[in-house]
Write a protein of this length. Sequence first.
Length: 421
Amino acid sequence: MAVVVMKFGGTSVANIERIRNAAKHVKREVEAGNSVAVVVSAMAGTTNQLVEWVREASPMHDAREYDAVVATGEQVTAGLLAIVLQGLGISARSWQGWQIPITTSQAHGSARIEAIDGSEILQRFEHGEVAVVTGFQGREPERNRIATLGRGGSDTSAVAVAIALKADLCDIYTDVEGIYTTDPRVVSKARRLNKIAYEEMLEMASLGSKVLQTRSVELAMVHGMRTRVLSSFADPESQQPVRAGMNDYDVGTIVCDEDEILEAQVVSGIAYAKDEAKVTILGVADKPGVAASVFGPLADAAIDVDMIVQNLSSDGMRTDMTFTVQATQLDKALAVINQARGTIDFEEIKSSADVVKVSVIGIGMRSHAGVAAKMFKALSEKNINILAITTSEIKISVLIDSAYAELAVRTLHSVYGLDDD
Ligand code: ADP
Ligand code: ASP
Ligand code: MG
């Protein structure tokens, strides 16, 4: 017997028929004798609609009330799934974040889970009851308000619940068959991976592969929670149930420790992020302290700077500096720089949100040279200009014009031998 957490994303619970299908996956696990907690997202499109209504009501809305509104989507699906499960003769009960409770920080709209009391759910497991838990939300104890975890946060709820219940496996059911070498909706030759290391998935997610929320991978990595991504659309009956101690499954992708991955590829995946924007400050004085005068005020305004390029000045007097920020923070960043104009001393500022960050990721890079050179050559052969570069031990990212995003991803996917043929 195993303890299993099963998370169903928005498209997997988009209507009653899909909810019935999700329930069949749950039934299979229950009939195999497993204890099951299900974590659900809002029905596809619901959270977007709720966010839109809040913005329409007031662009400058109260963050606590935003959470009160957007957390409701998950409540609907949790209740509906419990009803459908009961109809199948399975004992099931829905749980909202505050009822468990799932305790969070005070950062409304992007709260972090701080604790989960799994005792009541565990107690009810003894009687074979399935817990259907709302993803994406919890309770912030200081002011006793509902808080949400940021978009895509149900993945994080699922991993956190799995950790609290000491689950054998955290299964994330979605609309693709697992984690692919790159987004399968963009590159038709993308290949499903059987396993991917926590560290690689963490880079993939934070560099734009939204198949798992970054925070969920971080949590899974810290707690060693094996997490599998698989399709909810596959036939529920033909699939094998989860078994305690079983490490390999024939469907989905398991995010696990890198020791389990026998043949690590040099490059395992390619990610891209379209939500970056580029700022170039032209003619900044080339003297000590100038970087501090630019990035100090940005940090004070809580603007995260990602890539930075500073050119050498030809005359030793003035130079250009380029950096990237989240596109949503571009206007704020420009305002901060313009305000600090007196201390920074520059001639002109330019910006563009028509950029994309493309990254190649792989733990095998640690022991292989030449990965970056191959990337730069492949892009130059396609006449794609690189605007900025950053690297770490297991990834290389380049910033390019967004018009070339798909071409770059497809080219790199093929150059690193990832194409499925
Ligand atoms: P859910 O609603 O189930 O949470 P998401 O839309 O958040 O689903 O995540 C699944 C989507 O992630 C897929 O439809 C796919 O387009 C996208 N995706 C991006 N990169 C990858 C990748 N490397 N592997 C698989 N899916 C990816
Ligand atoms: N419903 C929330 C969202 O759309 C959380 C999730 O689906 O993970 O962001
Ligand atoms: Mg998601």
